[in-house]
Design a protein around this ligand. Structure first.
Ligand code: SAM
Length: 465
C-alpha cells in the first residue's frame, strides 16, 4: 500500500465518540493538538461546513502529508508544527483567543509506526530513533547505548510496566559491550531472546520495552500532564477537552488531572465547608472512559487499547460568545503559513495546497470582520481604562484629603498641648502663692503692709474677762 493509499484509508480512533463528546457545532473553532494524518480534523471540516480547526503536530512529515490532504478546506484549517505544550503560543500566533473544543489523540500515528525509517517499529528494520520530531531531542539508540543497567531497568519497568525489565536491561548492557545497538530489529530480537519473553496473546515481546523508550524519547507523560490545564484554560466557557490515551500510564494521568480540575479543594474531610477557596474548573463528562466497540476493534485492531475521557469547562455567565475570536490580521496569518512552508521545506506548487496555506479572499473579509470585533473590543477596553483612571483619581484624592486632615489635626493637638502646659505652669504658681499665704511671716507682712497693723506694745494688751 502506498503512503497516499494508506492516508486515504486511515480511520481515526473513536471518531463518532469524539465528535459527539466535543459537541461540535457549526461555526465553532477547534484545536486538534495531535492532528497526525488529520483523521479527526477532516471529519470536523467535512461534516460542519463553517467549523474551523487549528491543527498541531510535532511531526513535520505528518503535517506535510496532512496539509495536502486538507487542501480543499482553505482557510478553515491552520496547521502548525509544534509541540502541543506550546499551544498557548500557537493560538496567540494564530490570533485565536479561545476555542470551542480541543482534542488530543495521544501517542504515535500508524503512519509513524509503519515508516521503518522512523524507528518505532519492532517488526521492520530501521534506525533506533523514535523521535516524533526527528529534528529535536535524543534518539532511542542514545538511551539504549549510554544509560546504566539500573536506569534502563527502571525505565522499562516504570514506562513499559515490563515485568522482565531487569533481565532485558542486563541483556542490552551485555550486547552493547560487543557492539552498539543501533537498529530496531536487533533490539527487538535481543528482547525476544531473553528467557521468559514469549509472545502473550499474540503481542510481540518487545512491545512494552519499545513503548517505554518511545515515552522517554518524546517526554510523552510530562507533555500530557502539562497540556491538560493549558487546554482547559483556552476553552470557551462550556467548551470541551477530549483526550484519547493508549496505555494505562497516560489514562491515569488524565483521570487524576480531570478529577482535580473538577474538585480542586484540598481541605481536610472533617471541615464542614471548603476553606482553601479553590474553585472547580468544570466537570468530568465521562465518569468512565469511553472505549471502542467490538466492531471498531475488529476493523482497526490498533484501537483496542484506546480510552477517551472528556472534560467540560465550567459555564461562566460573564463570558459570552465574543470570547471566541478568530482574530489576527490577514497578513499575519499569511506570514504564519509562510513560516510553516519554510519549516516543512514545501513549495506550494499544487494550487490546492496553496489555497490551504495562504489566506483566501473570504478569509481576508473574515479577518476584517474580526478586526471590527476587535475595534468594538477596543471601545470596551477604552471605557474600562477610563473607569480605572477615574477610580485611581478618586483613591488619590481621598488619600491626599485624609493626609491634609491629619496635618490639621496635628497642628490643633500641638496648640492644645501648649495651652495645657501654660495652665499647668499657672497652677504651679498659684500653689506656691497659696502655700506662702498660709505662712505666719507672710500674714504679718500683709497685715503690716496692706492694713497698717502693728504688733501691740507691751501693756497694750488687755486680757478680756
Ligand atoms: C495517534 S496520532 C493522531 C492521529 C490523528 N488524530 C488522526 O486521526 O490522524 C498522534 C499524533 O500526535 C503527535 N504528537 C504526539 N505527541 C505530541 C505533542 N506533544 N505535541 C504535538 N504532537 C504530538 C504525533 O506526532 C502523532 O502524529
Amino acid at each position: 500500500m502506498t503512503g497516499s493509499e494508506a492516508i486515504q484509508r486511515h480511520v481515526p480512533v473513536l471518531l463518532e465518540e469524539v465528535l459527539e463528546g466535543l459537541a461540535i457545532r457549526q461555526g465553532g473553532v477547534y484545536l486538534d493538538g495531535t492532528v497526525g494524518w488529520g483523521g479527526h480534523t477532516l471529519q470536523i471540516l467535512q461534516r460542519y461546513e463553517s467549523a474551523r480547526v487549528i491543527g498541531l503536530d510535532r511531526d513535520g512529515a505528518a503535517l506535510a502529508a496532512t496539509s495536502r490532504r486538507l487542501a480543499d478546506y482553505g482557510d478553515r484549517i491552520l496547521l502548525f508544527q509544534s509541540d502541543f505544550r506550546l499551544l498557548d503560543e500557537v493560538l496567540d500566533e494564530a490570533g485565536v483567543g479561545s476555542v470551542d473544543g480541543a482534542l488530543m489523540d495521544l501517542g504515535v500515528s500508524s503512519m509513524q509506526l509503519e515508516d521503518a525509517d522512523r524507528g518505532f517499529s519492532f517488526s521492520q528494520d530501521g534506525p533506533l530513533d523514535m523521535r516524533m520530531n526527528p529534528d529535536s531531542g535524543v534518539a532511542a539508540s542514545e538511551i539504549v547505548n549510554t544509560w546504566t543497567q539500573k536506569d534502563l531497568a527502571n525505565l522499562f519497568f516504570n514506562y513499559g510496566e515490563e515485568k522482565r525489565s531487569r533481565a532485558i536491561a542486563s541483556a542490552i548492557v551485555r550486547e552493547r559491550e560487543a557492539e552498539p545497538i543501533t537498529t530496531t530489529l536487533r533490539l527487538a530480537e535481543l528482547i525476544s531472546s531473553v528467557p521468559g519473553m514469549g509472545r502473550v496473546r499474540n503481542i510481540h515481546p518487545a512491545t512494552r520495552t519499545f513503548q517505554a523508550l518511545r515515552i522517554e524519547v518524546n517526554d510523552e507523560l510530562d507533555a500530557v500532564r502539562q497540556v491538560i490545564p493549558v487546554s482547559v484554560e483556552r476553552l470557551v466557557s462550556g467548551g470541551r477537552l477530549a483526550m484519547i490515551s493508549f496505555h494505562s500510564l497516560e489514562d491515569r494521568i488524565i483521570k487524576r488531572a480531570f478529577r482535580e480540575l473538577e474538585n480542586p479543594c484540598r481541605c481536610p474531610k472533617e471541615f464542614p465547608e471548603c476553606r482553601c477557596g479553590k474553585v472547580s474548573a468544570g466537570r468530568v463528562v465521562t465518569k468512565r472512559p469511553v472505549v471502542p466497540t467490538e466492531r471498531e476493534v475488529m476493523a482497526n485492531p490498533r484501537s483496542r487499547s484506546a480510552k477517551l475521557r472528556i472534560f467540560e469547562k465550567a459555564q461562566n455567565p460573564e463570558s459570552s460568545i465574543a470570547e471566541l475570536r478568530w482574530t489576527g490580521n490577514a497578513e499575519r496569518r499569511t506570514q504564519n503559513m509562510s513560516i510553516i512552508l519554510a519549516d516543512l521545506h514545501l513549495e506550494p506548487r499544487n494550487p490546492k495546497l496553496e489555497l490551504c496555506l495562504t489566506m483566501s479572499v473570504a478569509a481576508q473579509t473574515k479577518a476584517r470582520q474580526s478586526e471590527n470585533i476587535t475595534f468594538r473590543g477596543g471601545l470596551k477596553d477604552f471605557a474600562f481604562v477610563l473607569l480605572v483612571l477615574v477610580l485611581l483619581g478618586c483613591a488619590i484624592f481621598i488619600t491626599t484629603w485624609r493626609r491634609v486632615a491629619f496635618i490639621d489635626m496635628g497642628y490643633e493637638i500641638r496648640k492644645l498641648e501648649g495651652t495645657e502646659s501654660e495652665l499647668l505652669h499657672l497652677q504651679h504658681e498659684m500653689e506656691i502663692e497659696r502655700a506662702m499665704l498660709s505662712s505666719p511671716e507672710r500674714i504679718e507682712k500683709v497685715a503690716r503692709d496692706r492694713f497698717g497693723l502693728r504688733e501691740p506694745e507691751p501693756g497694750q494688751v488687755r486680757v478680756l474677762p
